[in-house]
Design a protein around this ligand. Sequence first.
Ligand code: ADP
Length: 338
Amino acid sequence: MVTIATLGSHCALQVLKGAKDEGFRTLVVTQKRREKFYRRFKFIDDFLVLDKFADITKPKNIAFLKKRGSIIIPHGTLISEVGIEKVENELDVSIFGNRHILRWEADRELKDRLTREANLRSPKTFSSPDKIDRLVIAKLPGAKGGLGYFLANDEKSYWKNVKELQKKGIIDKKTPIFIQEYVVGVPVYFQYFYSPLKKELEFFGIDRRYETTVDGIGRIPAEHQKGLLPSYIVVGNIPLVLRESLLEEAYQMGERFVKAVEKHVPPGMIGPFCIEGIYNGDAEFVTFEYSARIVAGTNLYIAGSPYFSLIYDEPMSMGRRIAREIKDAKKSLNKLLT
Ligand code: ADP
């Protein structure tokens, strides 16, 4: 028996709906307080109810998952709530995708390295605040939706922000802060699926994020904007299609990324990933981030995406595409067994 399992958050609904559409049993690992919410959806067969997600690695929970032949679909919540260390060393359950690449997403230095290896144009980084000579964005560790990120255009404004965050208890003196050139332009998130079975890259869709308060500041007159600190907490995603003339480059970037992963993070890219960046004033794409697993922006396209509609003649979500790959792999295995 194979059961498709995921943590109840982020993109769980489309992942499990997609798995059900492909004929799998489905399981949600949910926190107690969200159990009632997930019970609303009839395509979820099994529930593992925990006080907190980090408890997933307790032996009895691992045994529960294994007994049902679970394959976990990893997403952002697995990384933020269970943590890379536990996922690498204690989560003794099959994961769809390359477990080792999750570290390359969480660690800024590794991330920078892979971005360079994939030959993706990236923003300038600053090793210390006294080197700041342009508008920069200062980032705190962990994927917490840009919480505590701030902008500065010189050393003085940098320290002013740091002091404020320390006062609010968001950071302390030891918190590492990553300083990156702020790219003025429009943010765009490219969603891909790499099929190791077909050895093919599929372009799935594009989104932009709707973030509070940064997307709200433009709604107030400039005189009232002064002194407001933008925050970047994602509350949702907005669909986007690209000028067709820019599409080819999007494919090429994805292909270079897959190649770089193949070289540096065996066994290579498996399944969904996302390249995140900004088209600058010259309409050049500058990558500031990637996610080496499914992103929540794919939730937009549960009934199929503009680009998957060009490949598939049926509604194909990212969740369903993952399940399809697992189903195809099972079929190939079955051909070898008698
Ligand atoms: P997280 O991974 O914590 O969600 P992101 O790295 O996605 O955070 O960034 C949060 C926000 O900051 C997004 O709105 C993104 O567009 C913006 N951002 C990040 N890096 C840059 C950059 N170098 N230039 C301009 N905007 C950026």
